[in-house]
Design a protein around this ligand. Sequence first.
Ligand SMILES: [Zn+2]
Length: 383
Amino acid sequence: MMFAQTNDKVAAKAKKIHFSSLVMDTHIDVTPKLQGEWKFGERHTTGHIDQPRMKEGGLNGLFFSIFMPGTVTGPKAVNDAILRIAAVHKLAEDMPDQIMLCRTAADVREAHKKGKIAGLLGMEGGHMINNSLPVLRMYAELGVRYLTLTHSVNTDWADSSGDQPKSNGLSNFGKDVVRELNKLGIMVDISHVSDKTFWDALEVSKAPMIASHSSCRSISGHPRNMTDEMIKALAAKGGVIQINYLDSFIDPELYEWTQKTQAARRDLMQQFQNEPRETAMPKIREELVRQFGPAPKVSWERIVEHIDHAVKLVGVDHVGLGSDFDGGSMPVGMEDCTKLPQITEALLKKGYKEKDIRKILGLNTVRLLADVERIAGQMHSGK
Ligand SMILES: [Zn+2]
């Protein structure tokens, strides 16, 4: 009985902290839906976020991901990126009382004070600059506040974790891109890049960097996650790792299962290529389960394990949230953004202090934005 009462008390305190905090998520893939008939302001039963569910989950700041496959290149990538950015601008215009398009740390604080969602733009993949610094400058004008150097394949100037090395990390032009990002006050995002690209970017960047949606490789070996050594080096230069929630990233057994089934899945996709995805996918899944056994189930609590691991490595100032909502499969118990308050509760139960929880929930991201802005300002004034 005593125990239950204590638990209730913790839950009530967690709720109070969570719903009075700025809760920022630095990677959400809802953006393509904004380009169609789908309404952000309505509650949906599919997908991971919309405005009513953000309210219910106490999520009040996000980076809308401007993403497209890295195989889309050239002028088409620029054209499509601009259309995607325009959809976010339009959303902020259509819902002025609910969403504020933010460009600076001060904007984010103002949005939170006014009870509005702070909406920012994060560009997921250097392919969208089409090898052009002037194009990058125009993205800065449109409000882009981080550039992930690569997506899942190499760009002409940076290697991706999902591809074979080509530039041995960053090429000379890739280093120019990092310097330009510093000058523009855009965060250098190292999620998705190869380890060598990470180390090259860390060396070149004058500003602290972000991993907008990556988890810890020492818990789960996915190459999209960061090694302890990388997390320490990122933090030592003031950067922040934003923990990714995707089940195949955070759980070692599921990661192993996806590795084991990869070749068979590829063959089956080939076999079913003429069938519509909706009917083909269940058949493929069924066949994989028959051959390899069911995929391990992953609990949302793994997310907290990754947060805690990173905090133990580098302290509470260098860890945040980057869910990848709408970008893949979520663990059990994190079906959508309404489930977020339980992260706060779990951290509180682990003994985290209120002020530290607020840092992880969003304040670290705002500090990072402010640091990157300040360094850009110094570069312009020639200091
Ligand atoms: Zn991604």
